[in-house]
Design a protein around this ligand. Structure first.
Ligand code: ADE
Ligand code: ZN
Length: 331
């Protein structure tokens, strides 16, 4: 089964590129940039991956990215991930990035965009991989700051496949960002948002009603609200589910307790994703294998999940057709 899951052309719709920073690269970049890390070794960093919840992870996530200073660093970060993902049979990656986390450290958007753009072109050329870019706003920071970031990103609007909403969810409902997302809509930029990871089902409703998102990142807590589940099914909204992330951040205790089978039974459109693979114990293939081991899903189920990701990805029609063909051949 592992061979089959590796061969399956996998499309990743939910990845934070800063969350793909492996400790080895963290140390290499710290050395290159003269940044002091609060860890003595790679092993010490990994030992700190013992999270209680989303905020406790985010603390380490924001600290880790302090080694990213120059365009070259963002390039190396993304290429390091693209190469690993490619080796696991990932054919398309949609990456969130957090400009505010970098601006707060004095790193301008131009630097981030230059590095990521270079890596995207290289991934296409050298790995035959397509990518998409999602500029995420930090929901635990003020909405007017997000609005300023959106306006200052004007030179890059055309390069953004979507805007997103991430960081600490509880106490920061989507409604806080209604105006920002309205502005993005006016600009013709598609919208996605994390909702229902740690936050209540109402946050998912708000993301749909107020932010007009085309898909929901995580969304697993929708099951607490049967009317919402029915709506997500009727409106064919895709959830980007991240099983290993949910275990590591204690959204569920064990993978066997994950609500993925119930979500599938409810007729929802689901995809499997890695979220922050460096921190959560595995990439796309590990997430697929973990689902197989926990739920015993058939090849057909995985083909269905991979197909949904292709259908919902930000990519050209030609690329979509090509990947649907690849998927049919892998079966
Ligand atoms: N930023 C990076 N990873 C995240 C996650 N899993 N949830 C919310 N914000 C994040
Ligand atoms: Zn996420």
């Amino acid at each position: 089964m592992r061979d089959f899951l590796k061969r399956l052309p996998k499309v990743e719709l939910h990845l934070h590129i800063e969350g793909s920073l492996e400790p080895e690269l963290m140390f290499a970049l710290a050395r290159r940039n003269g940044v002091e890390l609060p860890f003595a070794s790679v092993e010490e960093v990994r030992a700190a991956y013992d999270f209680q919840d989303l905020p406790s992870f985010l603390e380490l996530y924001y600290r880790g990215m302090s080694v990213l200073k120059r365009a070259e660093d963002f390039h190396d970060l993304a290429m390091d991930y693209f190469r690993r993902a490619h080796a696991e049979g990932v054919v398309h990656v949609e990456m969130h990035f957090d400009p505010q986390a970098h601006l707060a450290r004095g790193i301008e958007l131009d630097v981030v965009m230059e590095g990521l753009s270079l890596a995207r072109r290289e991934a296409e050329r050298e790995l035959g991989m397509s990518t998409a870019l999602i500029m995420a706003f930090l929901r635990d920071r003020p909405a007017d700051e997000a609005m300023k970031v959106l306006e200052s990103a004007a030179p890059y609007w055309e390069m953004l496949d979507a805007v997103g909403l991430d960081s600490a969810e509880r106490g920061h409902p989507p409604s806080k960002f209604t105006e920002v997302f309205q502005r993005a809509k006016m600009l013709g930029i598609p919208r996605v948002a994390h909702a229902g990871e740690e936050g209540p089902p109402d946050y998912i409703r708000e993301a749909l009603d107020l932010l007009d998102v085309c898909r929901v990142d995580h969304g697993v807590r929708c099951l607490e609200d049967p009317d919402l589940v029915a709506r997500l099914r009727d409106e064919a909204i895709v959830l980007t589910v991240c099983p290993l992330s949910n275990v590591r951040l204690k959204v569920v205790e064990r993978i066997e307790d994950h609500p993925l089978p119930q979500l599938l039974d409810a007729g929802l459109r689901l995809t499997i994703n890695s979220d922050d693979p460096a921190y959560f114990g595995g990439g796309m293939l590990d997430n697929f294998v973990a689902c197989h081991d926990a739920f015993g899903w058939s090849k057909e189920t995985f083909i269905q999940l991979a197909g949904t990701a292709i259908e919902d990805a930000f990519m050209s029609d030609a690329r979509r057709l090509e990947l649907h063909r690849q998927l049919a051949e892998s079966a």
